[in-house]
Design a protein around this ligand. Structure first.
Ligand code: BGP
Length: 480
C-alpha cells in the first residue's frame, strides 16, 4: 500500500534569523554587525550600506522585533502552534563583538543558552545557522570580509566556541545562509551580506566573488570537521537559496542557458556536498585568467568537511531566455530573466510556483541523494489588522498549503528524503532584502510599521491556527 503520509519524526517548525528578529544590536556586549549598517528600503528602493553606524540614519535591524526581550513569550507562542523545531541563527557579533577578539563575550553566549533552554523546555529542537547574512562589521571593514583568509580562522573559532557551548542543546546546524546569493555581483548587497565584501572600483567583481566564496567554503568545511569532533551526533548542513531556473522555451539555446545559470547554484552545493570544485568552474577560471588562491591542503579540507544535509530556501522560480532584450525582470541576479506568463506574483514580484518546489527537491535529490531540510518557504505580504485585531491572511495559508502539497508529493511519490519544513517566518520580522517591517511573513503579527513605530505587541494571525492544525495532524489536515 502506498504510504501517503509525512514521516512520523518530520520536523515541522518555523524560521527566522538573529539580525531580523532580535534587536538589542548593542546590548549585552554585542558589537555592530554588517546588518547594523544597512538602512531601510522598500519594494522600489534599495537598502544602503553606510560606513559604520551613523547618527542621522535609521537602521531597522537595530531593534528589529525585539526578540531579545520578548523571546520567552514568542517561544510560548511557537509552542502553542506545536513547533517541533525552530530555526534561528546566532549573531556572530554577540559572541565575538569585533570578530578578532581574543575571548568570546559571555553575556552573548548566555543569551543563546536562555533561548535554547526555553525552546527545549517546550520540546522544540533548535536548528541553528552560524552566519545568516551576518558577521561582525569590524571584519568587513578592517579585513575586507571573506576576501581575506584570516576570516577562515575567525569564523572557525566562532564555530568552535558555539559548538562546544551548545553541544548538548543543538543537534542541527547550518554554516552560511543562502551562500549562493553572492553569485549576484550586480551591486554590493549580496556580497556584503554573504561575505562582508564591498567591491572596489575597477576590479573584476566575479573574480573577487569567487575568491571570497572559496574562502567561505573552506571555512564551512573546517567548521563541519570541528563540529563532528565535538559531537559526532551533530547534523551539519549547508544552506542554499534553491530557485530553479526554467528555460523560456524549448529552443536549445534557452535550455542550455538555463543549465549554465543553474551552475551558479550548484557551484556551492557541489563543493559543500561532494567536496570537489566542479569542472565547469575550473574551466571558467582558466578561460577568464582568474587566480583563485587555494592550496592542496585546502582541497583536502573541502573533501573532508562535506555536509550531512542540504538546507534550502524556496520562494519562487525564475525563467530565462537567450534572446530576451530586457536586462532583468526582477532582482538583477541574471541578465535575460523574464516574467513567467504562467505564474502569479507576490506584491514584490516574486513569482509563486508550488510545483517549482517539487521540481527543486527532485533536482537536489537526484544530484546528491542527501537529506534535505526546507528551512525557508513563505509569502511576504501586506497584512492588515482589522477592527477586531484579527488578521485574515488567507493568501498566506493558500501559499503554504500549495507548497506543502507539492513537498508531500516529492516525499511520497518521488521518494525525496525531506526531513523538515520551517516556513519563513515564525513571526513577523524585518525583511532582509528591503529592510521593511510591512513585508510580513509571520504566523504572528508584530505591531510595528516601516517607520519603526508600533507597540511591538504580538497578535495571532489566521494562519497561526491553520498551521497549528497542520502540525497537529502531521500534515494531513491542510484545510481548516
Ligand atoms: C531569504 C533570507 C531570509 C529572508 C527571506 C525573505 O533570502 O534567507 O533572511 O529575509 O529570504 O526575503 P525578504 O526578507 O527579502 O523578503
Amino acid at each position: 500500500m502506498q504510504n501517503n503520509e509525512f514521516p512520523k519524526e518530520f520536523l515541522w517548525g518555523g524560521a527566522a534569523a538573529a539580525h531580523q528578529l532580535e534587536g538589542g544590536w548593542n546590548l549585552g556586549g554585542k558589537g555592530a554587525s554588517v546588518a547594523d549598517v544597512m538602512t531601510a528600503g522598500d519594494a522600489h528602493t534599495s537598502r544602503r550600506i553606510t560606513p559604520g553606524v551613523l547618527d542621522n540614519e535609521y537602521y531597522p535591524n537595530h531593534e528589529a522585533v525585539d526578540f531579545y526581550h520578548h523571546y520567552k513569550e514568542d517561544i510560548e507562542l511557537f509552542a502553542e502552534m506545536g513547533f517541533k523545531c525552530f530555526r534561528t541563527s546566532i549573531s556572530w557579533s554577540r559572541i565575538f563583538p569585533n570578530g578578532d577578539d581574543e575571548e568570546p563575550n559571555e553575556e552573548g553566549l548566555k543569551f543563546y543558552d536562555n533561548v535554547f533552554d526555553q525552546l527545549l523546555r517546550y520540546g522544540i529542537e533548535p536548528v541553528v545557522t552560524l552566519s545568516h547574512f551576518e558577521m561582525p562589521y569590524n571584519l568587513a571593514h578592517k579585513y575586507g570580509g571573506f576576501r581575506n583568509k584570516k576570516l577562515i580562522d575567525y569564523f572557525t573559532r566562532f564555530a568552535e566556541v558555539v559548538f562546544k557551548r551548545y553541544k548538548d542543546k543543538v543537534k542541527y546546524w547550518m554554516t552560511f545562509n543562502e551562500i549562493n546569493n553572492q553569485m549576484n555581483t550586480a551591486d554590493n548587497f549580496d556580497s556584503f551580506t554573504n561575505s562582508g565584501i564591498v567591491y572596489k572600483s575597477g576590479e573584476d567583481r566575479t573574480e573577487a566573488m569567487y575568491q571570497a566564496s572559496i574562502n567561505e567554503l573552506i571555512a564551512s568545511a573546517k567548521a563541519v570537521i570541528i563540529g563532528h569532533k565535538i559531537n559526532p551526533n551533530f547534523k551539519i548542513g549547508c544552506m542554499m537559496s534553491f530557485i530553479p531556473i526554467y528555460p523560456a522555451t524549448c529552443k536549445p539555446e534557452d535550455v542550455f542557458l538555463s543549465l549554465q545559470k543553474m551552475h551558479n547554484r550548484y557551484f556551492y552545493s557541489d563543493i559543500h556536498v561532494r567536496g570537489e570544485i566542479p569542472a565547469y568552474a575550473l574551466k571558467e577560471w582558466e578561460r577568464k585568467g582568474y587566480h583563485i588562491d587555494y592550496t592542496p591542503e585546502d582541497l583536502k579540507i573541502l573533501r573532508a568537511g562535506t555536509v550531512d544535509f542540504i538546507g534550502m530556501s524556496y520562494y519562487k522560480s525564475k525563467t530565462i531566455s537567450s534572446t530576451a532584450i530586457e536586462k532583468s525582470y526582477n532582482s538583477g541576479e541574471f541578465e535575460h530573466e523574464l516574467k513567467n506568463p504562467y505564474l502569479k506574483a507576490s506584491d514584490w514580484g516574486w513569482q509563486i510556483d508550488p510545483i517549482g518546489l517539487r521540481y527543486a527537491l527532485n533536482l537536489l535529490n537526484e544530484r546528491y541523494g542527501k537529506p534535505i531540510f526546507i528551512v525557508e518557504n513563505g509569502l511576504g505580504a501586506y497584512d492588515k489588522k482589522d477592527e477586531n485585531n484579527e488578521i485574515n491572511d488567507d493568501y498566506r495559508i493558500e501559499y503554504l498549503r500549495s507548497h506543502i502539497i507539492e513537498m508531500k508529493k516529492a516525499i511520497t511519490l518521488d521518494g525525496v528524503n525531506v526531513i523538515g519544513y520551517t516556513p519563513w517566518s515564525a513571526i513577523d520580522i524585518v525583511s532582509s532584502g528591503t529592510g521593511e517591517f510591512e513585508k510580513r511573513y509571520g504566523f504572528i503579527y508584530v505591531d510595528k510599521n516601516n517607520e519603526g513605530k508600533g507597540t511591538l505587541k504580538r497578535y495571532k494571525k489566521k494562519s497561526f491556527y491553520w498551521y497549528k492544525n497542520v502540525i497537529e495532524s502531521n500534515g494531513q489536515n491542510l484545510y481548516i
